[in-house]
Design a protein around this ligand. Structure first.
Ligand SMILES: NC(=O)c1ccc[n+]([C@@H]2O[C@H](COP(=O)([O-])OP(=O)(O)OC[C@H]3O[C@@H](n4cnc5c(N)ncnc54)[C@H](OP(=O)(O)O)[C@@H]3O)[C@@H](O)[C@H]2O)c1
Length: 233
C-alpha cells in the first residue's frame, strides 16, 4: 500500500505498534512523538527504508503542533490517514475528594483540544489526501450511555468531549468527503491499559487499523469499538 499515515503519540503503546504494523504493510508513516530521540521509534526508522519520518509534536501545545505541521509539509505532499492517538489518563479524582483542576485541564488539552488543533494545522495536507480519514482514538469510558461505574472524571469527560468534537467534524467536513471516526480500541496491554488488560497490543492495533481501512462514508461520525462494533454514545 502506498498510503501516507500520520500517527500522534507514536513513542510507545498503541501508537508505536501502529507505526510498526503500518510500515510492515508498506505504507509511509509520519510518527509524531512528544519528545525527540525516542529509542524505539529511532530503531523502527532505521529498518524502514526511509518510510518512517519522526517529527516531534506535543499535542498539548499549539505552537508545537504548528511547528510540526511546517516540518511535515517539507516531508510529504499529502496525508491520507490521520490517527489522533496521543492521550493521557490523569490521576483519578472524585467530587467528594475534590477535583484537581490542573489534571482536568491537562486531560482536556491533550485528549480533546489536541486532536482538533492537529486537524486544523494539517488541513492543507489532509485535503490533498486520497482517503481523507480522520481517526480519533477515544475510549468507551467517554460513552455516557456506557458509564455504569463512574469515577475517572478527567478521562471520561475529556473523551466524551472528544466524541462530541468528532460528531461535529463529521458535519463540518462530510461534504468534503472526509470520514471522521472515534474509535475505542478495547482494553489493551499498554502502560495506560496495564498488564491486566485482556487484549494483546498486536491484536488490538490490527483491529484498529482494520476499522480505519474498512471505513466508508457510512462511518462518518461513527463511534466504533473492537470488531467494528458500534458503541452507544
Ligand atoms: N490501552 C487501553 O486499554 C486504551 C483503552 C481505551 C483508549 N485508549 C486510548 O488509546 C490511546 C493510546 O493509549 P495507550 O494505551 O497507547 O497509552 P500509553 O501507552 O500511555 O501511550 C500514550 C501515548 O500518548 C503520548 N502522549 C501523551 N501526552 C502527549 C502529548 N501531550 N503530546 C504527544 N503525545 C503525548 C505518550 O507519549 P510520551 O511517551 O511522551 O508520554 C504515549 O506515546 C490514548 O488516546 C488512550 O486514551 C487506550
Amino acid at each position: 500500500m502506498d498510503s501516507i499515515v500520520l500517527v500522534t503519540g507514536a513513542a510507545r503503546g498503541l501508537g508505536l505498534e501502529m507505526c510498526r504494523q503500518l510500515l510492515a504493510e508498506g505504507r509511509t508513516v509520519i510518527a509524531c512523538a512528544r519528545k525527540a530521540g525516542e529509542p524505539d521509534l529511532e530503531k523502527l526508522a532505521k529498518g524502514s527504508d526511509g518510510r518512517l519520518h519522526i517529527v516531534p509534536m506535543d499535542v498539548g501545545d499549539e505552537s508545537s503542533i504548528r511547528e510540526a505541521a511546517g516540518r511535515i509539509e517539507s516531508l510529504v505532499d499529502r496525508i491520507d490517514i490521520l490517527i489522533n492517538n496521543a492521550g493521557v489518563y490523569p490521576k483519578i479524582g472524585t467530587v467528594s475528594s475534590g477535583i484537581d483542576s490542573d489534571e482536568m485541564i491537562l486531560a482536556f488539552r491533550v485528549n480533546t483540544l489536541g486532536p482538533m488543533h492537529v486537524i486544523t494545522a494539517l488541513l492543507p495536507l489532509l485535503r490533498k489526501g486520497k482517503d481523507r480519514k480522520l481517526a480519533q482514538i477515544t475510549s468507551k469510558m467517554g460513552s455516557i450511555d456506557d458509564n455504569t461505574s463512574g469515577g475517572s472524571y478527567a478521562y471520561r469527560i475529556s473523551k466524551a468531549a472528544l466524541n462530541m468534537a468528532v460528531k461535529n467534524l463529521a458535519h463540518e467536513f462530510g461534504s468534503e468527503r472526509f470520514i471522521a471516526m472515534t474509535i475505542h480500541p478495547g482494553w489493551v496491554q499498554t502502560r495506560m491499559g496495564s498488564s491486566a488488560a485482556p487484549l494483546e497490543i498486536g491484536a488490538g492495533v490490527a483491529d484498529i487499523l482494520k476499522t480505519i481501512d474498512q471505513a466508508t462514508e457510512r462511518d462518518n461520525g461513527a463511534f466504533i469499538g473492537p470488531g467494528q462494533e458500534r458503541i452507544p454514545w
